[in-house]
Design a protein around this ligand. Structure first.
Ligand code: LIP
Length: 299
């Protein structure tokens, strides 16, 4: 069976725009004091869920079921209700209604709705929309990656600047929701090593960034404005859409750890490393290797 990825992509863009409006309205209502859409439903301090997360996912799920009744669905809030993620070769929509919920609760604009599609278990369509910043990232396999449907990614066309080694990189990463001492200590140690003077080729990395959203971190890699993203502990719905966007921008995404080369991605790995586009794949693999030399085994 052949699928028209561009049709799925345009539907995903429409859905992301509709969902984005719900997120934007909730933010504006809260700012103007009308509405309590920011009501936190599950107050785990490191993994917040609001009424808006649930309403947006319900809406997206309903629209998808009406339009593609044969397709499967995996969503952050649906899984939180205890539904098992059944993953097959069938077209499967993988959705995070709000990636960056902590930002959303605090009124910080780095918030995105993330809608990905896998077919044959491979991520093939991805839309990440940041409604408070008016940035819509989209990609379908074989069709390139775009910002706001018109600007081709990465920036710096026709060719991105050389990647260099880790000492010339900005690295995005996150605190994550697992704050057990074993996990957080290893993450902090890793960040320490990335930033420590005279580590990489005799130098430290340029800096680190944490946007609070895995999807947005990956989209900064797709833009080419961040060189590396590494995170352990986030979920498939945080990354599937943006994986398509990074790959279509010429970046590489590797899952798991200490792999010799970019093997097919395992979206469930909960360990993700992405490197931005570069003229030569060797420099991407070189930076990946430098990261693997630092990244500890976590969980
Ligand atoms: C968040 C991720 C973030 C991660 C957080 C959380 P949410 O997703 O995008 O990268 O560090 O632990 O999982 O919960 O805002 O959808």
């Amino acid at each position: 069976e052949t699928h028209d990825l561009t049709e799925f992509l345009s539907f995903a863009i429409t859905l992301a725009q509709e969902a984005g409006k719900m997120i934007k309205d909730a933010t504006e209502n809260r700012m103007s004091g009308t509405g309590n859409q920011f009501l936190v439903k599950y107050d785990n301090p490191t993994d917040l869920v609001t009424e808006t997360d649930q309403a947006v996912e319900k809406y997206i799920k309903k629209r998808l079921a009406e339009t593609y009744p044969d397709h499967r669905f995996i969503g952050e809030e649906t899984m939180a209700e205890g539904v098992d993620a059944v993953f097959t070769d069938e077209p499967t929509w993988i959705v995070d209604p709000i990636d960056g919920t902590t930002n959303f609760v605090h009124g910080h604009p780095f918030v995105a709705v993330s809608i990905g599609l896998t077919i044959g278990k491979e991520p093939v369509v991805g839309v990440v929309y940041c409604p408070l910043m008016n940035e819509l990232f989209s990609a379908a396999k074989g069709h390139g990656a775009f910002l706001n449907q018109s600007i081709r990614l990465p920036f710096f066309q026709p060719t991105p600047p050389p990647l260099g080694d880790l000492s010339q990189c900005v690295v995005a990463t996150e605190a994550g929701s697992d704050r057990s001492p074993e996990v957080i200590d290893k993450k902090i140690e890793t960040i320490h090593t990335i930033l420590k003077q005279k580590q990489h080729n005799g130098k430290e990395a340029h800096s680190i960034r944490c946007t609070g959203s895995a999807a947005i971190n990956l989209c900064t890699v797709a833009k080419g404005v961040v060189d590396v993203y590494w995170e352990v502990g986030c979920w498939e719905w945080d990354v599937v859409a943006a994986i398509v966007i990074v790959r279509e921008s010429g970046g590489i995404v590797v899952t798991g750890s200490h792999q010799p080369d970019p093997a097919p991605v395992n979206i469930f790995s909960r360990k993700y490393l992405a490197i931005r586009a570069a003229q030569d794949e060797n420099s991407q693999l070189n930076v990946a290797q430098q990261m693997w030399d630092i990244i500890p085994e976590i969980t």
